[in-house]
Design a protein around this ligand. Structure first.
Ligand SMILES: C[S@@+](CC[C@H](N)C(=O)[O-])C[C@H]1O[C@@H](n2cnc3c(N)ncnc32)[C@H](O)[C@@H]1O
Length: 184
């Protein structure tokens, strides 16, 4: 049984279908061979992507043991373990040993900027990074509390930082809960 949590980013909500399809289209069109997912959840999106893009080598990082277990079972059941490597680790402790053609940031929504800063140097030349939940609508529309306000304002600062840091290298897409595509 999954232990209840009050942290919004601990829930394993998969990418919305339109976001996942957009990502798969980008992976295909850019001939990506390597893909890193930060925040595996229960492996729903990665299982789907691995089944539909069989040449793709996927590394995925998840800190919650119960999610790692569920994801591993999904990868095993769908026979994609030869292409998917799951790391049970905190994204802030994990250190990539190779560049990736594509990186998805879909973990702690309160640490989006730190995750982008940490992982963007690991995007290979010509590659891209996708950041999910740039609208953060679940937080923006939830009842006002001090912690909700703090997260909301930190998120606004993150969006400002993305705009000023990446300028024309970032594009915004009105899919799912909002996504940013960075081509560093
Ligand atoms: C939105 S879910 C990921 C869903 C998944 N990408 C999919 O589409 O199926 C976010 C996940 O990030 C994990 N997470 C949050 N903070 C993390 C961290 N610092 N390191 C690794 N995983 C983290 C959570 O436990 C949760 O499972």
């Amino acid at each position: 049984m999954v232990t209840p949590t009050t942290k919004i980013h601990d829930y394993a909500v998969p990418l919305r279908d339109d976001v996942r399809d957009f990502l798969m289209d980008l992976l295909r069109r850019s001939f990506a061979h390597t893909y890193l997912e930060i925040g595996t959840g229960e492996g729903v999106s990665t299982t789907y992507i691995a089944r539909h893009i069989p040449h793709l080598k996927i590394d995925t990082v998840e800190k919650r043991a119960s999610h790692v277990e569920r994801a591993y079972q999904s990868f095993f059941a769908h026979d994609v373990l030869d292409r998917v490597h799951i790391y049970h680790d905190d994204a802030f402790e994990f250190y990539p040993t190779k560049p990736y053609d594509a990186i998805l940031i879909d973990a702690a929504k309160s640490h989006q900027q730190a995750l982008v800063e940490k992982y963007i140097p690991h995007v290979s030349q010509g590659g891209f990074m996708l950041v999910d939940n740039t609208d953060l609508s679940r937080v923006k529309t939830s009842p006002v509390t001090r912690s909700r306000d703090a997260l909301s304002s930190k998120h606004d600062q993150f969006i400002d930082w993305l705009i000023t840091t990446y300028k024309d290298a970032v594009t915004w897409h009105d899919l799912g809960d909002g996504i940013a595509l960075i081509r560093p």
